[in-house]
Design a protein around this ligand. Structure first.
Ligand code: PEP
Ligand code: MG
Length: 590
């Protein structure tokens, strides 16, 4: 039966495909397709894993018997019997075979998919004893996965999901069923893997519009809905699903009429993109002749390709923290970072690249487990995040600064510092930049000049702009955090997402005054939060005097289209009325 689930629209477009439900804990399981002639070998790989686990359990049972302890541990022995029974269960074996044979999933993916199917059935059982057997099933599957991790795949590189090289197509056209991922949650680190995986869209139960998971989805330009509450429970494995990333709606098991309607919308979207692509080489100039700078936000050096393709005139924000995530605490060293920044700079072919120093913490934990033991009462958004994290570990920060300064010898770099609020933080940061440069000189290593910039994303910073202008060459307004901290709304929490208001008068005043103070002093100012790529905000930002916007490459052409239709002199007058209004949102459509 068809039904809809509502969430937050975070990344535009329509995706139609079959649901793949993935538990948060199994996001790192490899997801790739095997070729038709590899199906038998993949089934064999699975059988080997199952047999190995059966042998392992039988060995344990045997040793209990030898010790004469079978009677002493009747519960343990019974548990092992249950595990053996589950491993031989027909529903597990035949289900997994089905996913490999008919969908060409790799063995690990097929196994976890079938686990989700059976786990649902356990969840629905009345008998609490039977319901609890779900944990046993999870344990045996985990054992099989562990075994498979230790054995090389004979049929395909068992790369972790998304670890395949860019450009390598993981989607097997012989199977030709688009897949959409449904998960309770996805961390920004998961999203990085997701970037190169097989999915055409995704839905999560949790998350806000400017959560980093949503931001990465936008950068990938795939339809996504977050904050869809219980979607991962309501949707079943393999259900047909439509993701409407424009409306924030997920249609499950759609009727043929709905499928046709959304198929039509999908094609319309493609036509619209095609039309916009013609603007790529058109200069972004308003009707009254104001030149507007359109820059790209990137997460990885390779994203520079997409930035150039979209017609960006530089990178306004390189979120370097994505180089630090999902590495089990093994941070990238100076050489690895230098190579990444150099690739980004060279990729931009002489256009400037704004490299932001690492911003981990809050909803960007280094690894998937965000909360450390005993710290679940703390609010990470107000904790050791961004520049605070960097200043707490000067050796790590100096390595990053040296890597950036060295890359600056290969092309123009702006060095941007996130979340500054205090004069003391500014002074410490700049002293460390000087120290990094001195260290490179002492080593006799080549480095280049950088322009220094600060992000304005804490109200305390927005209220002390003269201080920032004294020390920095340019400012970049991070509206995602500026809104979060001004309105006391966690940007990742869907429960308060209705209060996350980019045009709240307080936010607009901080924006307007930051822009006008920078302009008055002839200093560069740009917006690099999600607001810059939101076409419904373009007129207002232009009216407030903004001339530099940094956004996901996928948004650049749509924003340019808006700019080409605008007259900034008229917008300046209108923006003043919006600024003075009690309810600015009501005037936005004027
Ligand atoms: C912002 O806060 O607006 C910003 C661009 O930084 P991030 O989204 O990475 O926190
Ligand atoms: Mg920020």
């Amino acid at each position: 039966m068809s039904f809809t689930v509502h969430g937050l629209a975070v990344s535009r477009g329509i995706a139609i495909g079959r649901a793949v439900i993935v538990a948060s804990s199994r996001m790192d399981v490899a997801h790739y397709f095997v070729k038709a002639d590899q199906v038998d070998a993949e089934i064999l790989r699975l059988r080997h894993a199952r047999n190995a686990v059966i042998e392992e359990i039988e060995r344990v049972q045997g040793s209990l018997g030898e010790l004469g302890s079978n009677d002493a541990h009747p519960e343990l022995s019974a548990l092992l019997d249950v595990h053996l029974m589950l491993l031989q269960d027909e529903q597990l074996t035949s289900g997994v075979k089905h996913w490999i044979t008919h969908r060409h999933y790799n063995a690990e993916w097929a196994l976890t998919t079938q686990l989700e199917v059976i786990a649902r059935q356990f969840d629905e059982m009345e008998d609490p004893y039977l319901r609890e057997r779900k944990a046993d099933l999870e344990q045996v599957v985990e054992r099989m996965l562990r075994y498979m991790r230790g054995v090389a795949s004979p049929v395909a590189a068992p790369a972790p999901a998304g670890a395949a090289g860019k450009g390598e197509t993981l989607f097997d056209p012989t199977v030709d069923v688009p897949l959409v991922l449904i998960a309770h949650d996805l961390s920004p680190a998961d999203m990085l893997q997701f970037k190169q995986s097989v999915f055409a869209g995704f839905v999560t139960d949790v998350g806000g519009k400017t959560s980093h998971t949503a931001i990465v989805a936008r950068s990938m330009d795939i339809p996504a809905v977050v904050g869809a509450r219980s979607a991962s429970h309501l949707i079943n494995q393999d259900d047909w699903v439509i993701i409407d990333g424009d409306a924030g709606v997920v249609v499950v098991d759609p009727s043929p009429i709905l499928l046709a309607e959304y198929g039509f919308k999908q094609r319309q979207g493609e036509v619209e993109r095609e039309r916009l692509s013609r603007l790529k080489n058109t200069p972004a100039v308003t009707l009254d002749g104001q030149k507007i700078e359109l820059l790209a936000n990137i997460e990885q050096p390779e994203d520079a390709v997409g930035a150039l393709k979209a017609g960006a005139v530089g990178v306004g924000l390189f979120r370097t923290e994505f180089l630090f995530m999902g590495r089990n605490g093994q941070l990238p060293d100076e050489e690895e970072q230098f190579s990444a920044y150099r690739r980004a700079v060279e990729g931009m072919q002489g256009l400037p690249v704004t490299v932001r120093t690492v911003d981990v913490g809050a909803d960007k934990p280094l690894d998937r487990s965000p909360v450390r033991a005993g710290e679940d009462h703390l609010n990470p958004a107000l904790g050791l995040r961004a520049i605070r994290w960097s200043l707490a570990d000067p050796a790590m920060f100096l390595a990053q600064l040296r890597a950036i300064l060295r890359a600056a010898a290969f092309g123009p770099i702006n060095l941007l510092v996130p979340m500054l609020a205090h004069a003391s933080e500014i002074r410490q940061t700049l002293a460390l930049v000087d120290k990094a440069r001195a260290q490179l000189d002492a080593r006799g290593q080549v480095h280049g000049p950088v322009r220094l910039g600060a992000m304005i994303e804490v109200p305390a910073a927005a209220l002390t702009i003269p201080l920032f202008l004294r020390y920095f060459d340019f400012l970049s307004i991070g509206t995602n955090d500026l809104i979060q901290y001004t309105l006391a709304i966690d940007r990742a929490d869907e429960a308060v997402s209705h209060l996350y208001d980019p045009v709240h008068p307080a936010v607009l005043h901080l924006l307007a005054s930051t822009i006008s103070q920078c302009r008055a002093q002839g200093k560069g100012v740009s917006v690099c939060g999600e607001m810059a790529g939101d076409v419904t905000m373009t007129r207002l930002l232009l009216g407030l005097g903004l001339r530099s916007f940094s956004m996901h490459p996928s948004q650049i052409l749509a924003v340019k289209q808006q700019i080409l239709r605008c007259d900034t002199t008229k917008l300046a007058t209108w923006a003043q009325t919006v600024l003075a209004a009690e309810d600015p949102a009501a005037l936005m459509a004027d």
